[in-house]
Design a protein around this ligand. Structure first.
Ligand SMILES: [Zn+2]
Ligand SMILES: [Zn+2]
Length: 165
């Protein structure tokens, strides 16, 4: 499937799990926390926020396994989903929030989203520059509030939503 501006396809390395994303993400964010480094196996993790109804699993549900991550920097329980066949990290969600945070690396092809939110910046690897535009104020991770769709006018200053074009 060829991605179009209003639809994206993606999946895991072994192609067992395939999904479709409808529309643009509400946020495109970077997490520098140590748990997301381990989950992604990389220097940081990029995630695209989608409402559950816009994240459609087309195949491979039987390969999708969850790890319940209770030892997080924020203290919130995070449900992390991965492919049990190839080990690809697929998505995560906060236990208390319905939105799916889709791992950017699993999305097919190219997208031009620029992160508008970075969290746990104190854990940023030294070689990783600030990736967020506009450049965020440096804040303590404990002060970071991930805004809800109803509260996009959050006053934390360093967070701004990606508006659907
Ligand atoms: Zn797989
Ligand atoms: Zn994280």
């Amino acid at each position: 499937m060829t991605p179009s501006p209003d639809q994206w396809s993606g999946g895991c390395l072994c192609k067992s799990v395939r999904y479709t994303l409808r529309g643009q993400p509400t946020y495109f964010a970077i997490c520098h926390c140590s748990n997301c480094k381990k989950f992604s196996g990389s220097a940081f993790m990029d995630v695209a926020f989608y409402r559950p109804e816009d994240y459609i699993i087309n195949s491979g549900k039987e390969y999708m396994k969850q790890y319940i991550d209770r030892e997080t920097g924020s203290g919130l329980t995070v449900i992390r989903t991965f492919c049990s066949n190839c080990g690809s990290s697929l998505s995560l969600k906060m236990e208390t929030d319905e939105r799916i945070l889709v791992n950017g690396g699993t999305i097919d092809g190219k997208f031009d989203w620029i992160p508008t939110m970075e969290i746990f910046v104190e854990n940023r690897r030294k070689f990783v520059p600030i990736l967020c535009r506009p450049v965020p104020e440096v804040v303590d991770a404990n002060e970071v509030v991930i805004p809800t769709p109803e509260d996009s006018s959050t006053s934390t200053g360093h967070v701004s939503p990606i508006r659907p074009s």
